[in-house]
Design a protein around this ligand. Sequence first.
Ligand code: MRU
Length: 346
Amino acid sequence: VIKFKNYRLFYLDQTLLPQKEVYRECITVRDGFKAIKSLQVRGAPLIGIFSAYCIYVSLKKFSSKSKLLFFNRLNKNIEYLKSCRPTAVNLSWALERIKTVASRNKEKSIEEIKQLILKEAQAIHRQDIEICRKMVDNGIKLIKDNDKILTHCNSGQLATGGEGTALGIICRAAKIYKNIKVYIDETRPLLQGARLTAWELIKKKVNAVLICDNMAGYLMQKGEVDKVIVGADRITRRGDVANKIGTYSLAVLSHYHKIPFYVAAPFSSFDLSIEKGEDIPIEEREGEEVKKVLGKVEIAPKEIRPYNPAFDVTPHNLISGIITEKGTIYPPFEENIKKYFSCRGE
Ligand code: MRU
């Protein structure tokens, strides 16, 4: 979904899926900002990777000899992209990596620093492919044949550099086992489930059924859901998880029906500087997204006031396990997250 060719950055415009598959070029930092803000490029790991490349292309033609000007521009572009979407921590995590590489090499020439920025963006991309693969290897152990799995939003190839997180696990499971059934929440208001997850699952010939967001409880009551797996945009040090709006409702429903509720996310989605979910910044988007379908069809009276939080927070006590590239973390989360991170030397 992101292509870096001949020093140029291209991305699949996800707002046009599933009807059209159109690649666009990102040349300036403003292009990058617009692409992320409008969800042409979306999903926590992918916006991190994309923003890192975007910093490179936005500075590629920087021609002044002044290092001061170069670093001013670099820092300005980084801060600008960081401000684009506040909830997914992967965005600032990737941009911080770029900033660190540049500042550690500030003695080098501007051209050399540009090349190091590109190398770092490519490393972030490459590592994400590997991280997804390992996460899927770990997550697959939790699935068995005949499982009926429900997922929300899109956490597949369209949301990462690799095979995906939660949806990656589901797709691998469907390859290995004969009888996996997937329920896809449509994910209002922007329909990432109906448009994107359904598109990915149809392409991969996975046995999938699309439902409206308000149908999950009914299915659970009928015994039609064996487990829920979702992605994450930010995870606190005690294991509270921000993900697409509607995730919390699913977690509450799963708890009531005693259905395992799993989150799949890379280490780059953990924000250990935050303890409680209440402290995660939640993006609030244009109300028009609620009043219209796909930005086109008006579905509500003009006078009605909309409210459009893009994410919610699922408290750790509703989560059965957090699947990562290093293994699955189980409760007590605060203690176990700490252990996982200290093993990595952090
Ligand atoms: O607003 P979006 O479409 O970027 O939201 C995406 C999600 O909430 C995903 O579940 C999350 O980023 C995990 S993607 C592997």
